[in-house]
Design a protein around this ligand. Structure first.
Ligand code: SF4
Length: 205
């Protein structure tokens, strides 16, 4: 069985890809897991097409969810063009569609080689971007991005540009090993880019 969407705490999560340009040290994908605390079977045997995703989503009572979230198992922004098509179709077909969020590593413009953030206007309500480190060195050590330090710069620039087009841009940090001074610095960085910081509790693997 393949899980395209699953419920968690009143929201509906959508899983469109296993692909990612990072290899985060904590990522469930390469720690031998096929699932997460959210669902058992998130490894996709093929990437669902737009039609398969829409069939799955339209079979649900979408207005009953508080949010529709494009997220892992991999990095959802690889499927940005398809996410845009899916969101457009859902907005056309489903009155009362809940707000739409993407959880991302913020490498969308790097991956696509163009600024995709204007295409998010009117489609995406919230972007949640992982700030896995307070410096380029720390970020690269944790996320091991394909493009090295360029990925850190790209993530910051993506955040800054997205804040012009997406109503809520949030940078998330995990509180593990963070001092109050680290958190304050992260918050200042996020706010400088037009985002807000959300501190998440560490969940052991
Ligand atoms: S960005 Fe997300 S999907 Fe990619 S390696 Fe890191 S935790 Fe895994």
């Amino acid at each position: 069985m393949m899980t395209i969407s699953y419920e968690y705490e009143g929201a509906l999560y959508v899983n469109l890809t296993n692909r990612c340009d990072c290899a985060c040290v904590f990522c469930l994908r390469h720690n031998g897991h096929k699932g997460s605390i959210y669902a058992d079977d998130l490894w996709l045997d093929h990437e669902p097409t737009v039609e398969e995703a829409l069939d799955d989503l339209l079979a649900r009572d979408l207005p009953s969810y508080r949010e529709l979230v494009f997220c892992g198992f991999g990095e959802p922004i690889f499927r940005w063009d398809d996410i845009a098509r899916i969101v457009d179709a859902l907005k056309a077909k489903v009155p009362g569609l809940p707000p739409v969020r993407i959880n991302t590593n913020g490498h969308g413009n790097l991956i696509h080689g163009r600024d995709i953030t204007p295409e998010m206007a009117g489609r995406i309500d919230t972007l949640s971007i992982s700030l896995n480190g307070s410096t380029a060195e720390e970020y690269c050590a944790v996320t091991q991005p394909r493009d090295g330090a360029a990925a850190w710069e790209a993530m910051l620039e993506f955040t800054r540009l997205a804040a012009r087009h997406v109503p809520h841009v949030v940078m998330t940090v995990v509180d593990k090993d963070k001092t109050p001074a680290d958190i304050a610095a992260d918050r200042a960085l996020a706010e400088r880019l037009g985002a807000t910081l959300r501190v998440r509790a560490y969940i052991p693997d």
